[in-house]
Design a protein around this ligand. Structure first.
Ligand code: PHE
Ligand code: CO
Length: 299
């Protein structure tokens, strides 16, 4: 039962922080595990094996160890209920099945209550290398493992509470908070004794970006600084022009602990920054060559 024949019900096509994407019904669905086809399991197996190989020396240790600890394997699409046992014991999180991207407030509410929404369907074989919207592989392989890490798990729940708050403050606050999510949860890098490593879900679930994020001379790699990140626009249609590097999950948690209300107010009076520009005061790990970059298209 893949995306094509299950036809999730699209309720509207919206321009969101993730670009122009379908927003789906908000309901929670039981993972229809018995309905996955052999092709679906094969897609999972292919992607899982390929990414694990690529990520062995590229993803952070916490990510790789968590995948093993939760019992994610290439053999078959995992059952949410089985992963939940390990997750609940480690950090109190659990998974809920959804049709796709949720309206922002629903998403924040789930995170605040330690429920991580996972798209139940997996991409078709012809979408192995690229799919526009999050599917099961992105959500489960990419996002779920770090929910086993106590500090990162707390960060995600705090982000959910922060989202509810930002939503009430207004669209600019929400945009700034979304940039933080983008440059950490989706496209974050972490500095380790072995060198820079990947922790962002958008990177670990992409073959091309797993290599690009660490090895390409094109992008900037800059030390994480909260307000700098919240001002920085981003790309949804190309690899990132800039990656922000944290020193540890503890650093990320500490930096995002304070009340954001005064930060939102302060940033409202400042311009946003282009995705690819190095700023005075940046802690630069690598100044990107910018090769292959297109102009325009920052979100
Ligand atoms: N501290 C933030 C606030 O007051 C919430 C938050 C926590 C946001 C962690 C992101 C990550 O809004
Ligand atoms: Co994602």
């Amino acid at each position: 039962m893949n995306a094509a024949n299950a036809a999730p019900r699209r309720v509207e096509n919206l321009h969101t922080d993730k670009g122009k994407v379908p927003v789906y019904a908000t309901g929670i669905v039981e993972q229809p595990w018995d309905g996955y086809s052999d092709d679906d399991h094969a897609t999972w197996a292919t992607l899982y094996a390929r990414q694990r190989e690529l990520l062995r020396d590229r993803a952070c240790r916490e990510f790789l160890e968590a995948q093993d600890a939760m019992g994610m394997t290439p053999d078959r699409i995992p059952k949410f209920a089985e992963l939940d046992v390990a997750l609940r014991a480690a950090t109190g999180w659990r998974l809920i099945g959804v049709e796709g991207l949720l309206p922002e407030l629903d998403f924040f509410d789930h995170l605040a209550n330690r429920r991580f929404p996972v798209t139940w369907w997996i991409r078709r074989p012809d979408q192995i290398d690229y799919i526009e919207e999050p599917d099961l592989f992105h959500d489960l392989f990419g996002h779920v493992p770090l929910l086993m890490n106590p500090v990162f798990a707390d960060y995600m729940a705090a982000y959910g509470r922060g989202g509810v708050k930002a939503h009430a403050i207004g669209p600019e606050a929400l945009q700034q908070l979304t940039r933080l999510y983008w440059y950490t949860v989706e496209f974050g890098l972490i500095d380790t004794p072995e060198g820079l490593r990947i922790y962002g879900a958008g990177i670990v679930s992409s073959k091309g970006e797993s290599i690009h994020a660490l090895e390409s001379p094109a992008p900037n790699r800059i030390g994480f600084e909260l307000e700098r990140v919240m001002r920085t626009r981003y790309r949804i249609d190309t690899y990132q022009k800039t990656y922000f590097v944290i020193d540890s999950f503890e650093q990320l948690m500490a930096a995002t602990g304070p009340d954001f209300a005064p930060i939102y107010a302060r940033l409202a009076a400042q311009d946003s920054l282009p995705a690819g520009e190095v700023q005075a005061g940046d802690r630069v790990y690598q100044r990107g060559s910018g090769e292959g970059w297109e102009d325009g298209g920052d979100v």
